[in-house]
Design a protein around this ligand. Sequence first.
Ligand code: SF4
Length: 395
Amino acid sequence: MAQDAQQGVGGTAGARLDLTGILERTLGGQPLSTEEGTRLAEGPPEELPALLEAAEEMRDRGHGRRVSFSRNVFLPLTNLCRNRCAYCSFRREPDQPGQHTMTFEEVRHECRRAFRAGCTEALFCLGDRPESLWPSHQETLRQLGVDCTAEQVAVACRIALEEGLLPHTNAGALTREELTLLKRCNVSMGLMLESASPRLAGKGMPHEASPDKAPGVRLRVLRDAVDLRIPFTSGILLGIGETPRERVEALVLLRDLHLQEVIVQNFRHQPGLLIPGDAEPDAEEVARTVAVARLLLGPEVNLQAPPNLNPGGHRLLLRAGINDWGGLSPLTRDYINPQAPWPHAEALAQTCAEEGYVLAERLAIYPEFVEEPGYLDGGLLNTVRERSRELGVKP
Ligand code: SF4
C-alpha cells in the first residue's frame, strides 16, 4: 500500500508503470501493487500477449503444466434467497415456477446416482437464509425436521458423506457459529466475494436489494472461515458493473487471505435478467483479468475459471495462468448426451493436451490443505485420505 501511495505522487510514477517493468518486477518476486494491477487490467489490446506470457510463466512455476478439475454433482438445496441480485437466474420466490427445496430423500438419491457415475464431490449451492424472509419456508424446514438452513445443509452433507461423496458447500453469508457447524461435515466451503465495491449496492446497481452482498459482510465471512481453518474458496465476478480497478482491489483483498482457491467468474446473460446483455465480458477481457489475477496472487495460488462460462476461451484461459477448471458434472452431460459418457472432461482433456497441459482429477479439497493441521477433523481426514488413495492424488 505504501508503494501505491508513492506512485500517486512524484515524477517516477509513469516510469514505474511501464508494462515491461511491471512484468519484470512481478516475475522477479515483487508483489504487484493495486496501481500496477490496475495498469495491467486497463492496458490496450496489443499488450495482451505479453501479459499472458508472464502469467503463464508464473503459473508454470507454481503448478507446472497440470490443470485440475473435480468431478461433482450440483445439489441446489433451495433456490429461495433473501437477496435480489440483478444478474441472478437461480433465485425463485415461493409459488414461482421452478421453485424447489430438495427433500433429504432427493439428496440421497442424487448422491447415490453421482457416486455410481464416478463423482467425488457433492456441491451444495443454495440461496441466502430464505427463512428470514418467508414464514412459509420456516414451515418447510420444520417439515424437513430442522430449525434453520444451516442445519438443513448439515444433514444434507452427512447424507453425502454416507453415500461416499465429499461435501463442498456454498451457502451464502454464514455466521461464525454456522461456519463452525458446517466445517464438521464439509471438506471445503466457499463464498464469492464477487466485488469489494460498495458502489455496486447503490441505487439502480446490481446489489441494491442484496444485503448479504455488502463487501463488509462478505469479508467478515471470509476472515471467519480462514480463522476457523476451513479450506475455503472465493473469487470475483466480472461484468456486473465493476471497473478494472475495482476488480484489482477485490483481488488484493483476497490475496491477503489464506484461501484454497480463487475463482475468476464471468457473468453470462440470460433472458429476463435485470442487467443488460452487453455487460458480458468477452473472452479477451476474461483472459486479461485471469492473467492479472495470476500475477497479483502469485505462482502457488489455485486459480480457477469455469469452462462452461467460457466455451470458446479454453485455450486463452490456459495461457492466462489458470491451474484449475472447477467442477465438471458428468450427470448433467449424461442427461444431455447419454450415449457419450464424460464428454466434457474428455473434450477438455483433449484441448489441454493440444496446448501442452495435462488434465488431472482432484478432490473438493486441494492436496496441500489435507494434512495441514487444523483443517480437517479426524473422521473427515480419514475419508479424504481414503479417497485420495483411490484417485491417486497425493495429500
Ligand atoms: S445471493 Fe444473489 S446471486 Fe446468490 S442466489 Fe441470492 S439472488 Fe442469486
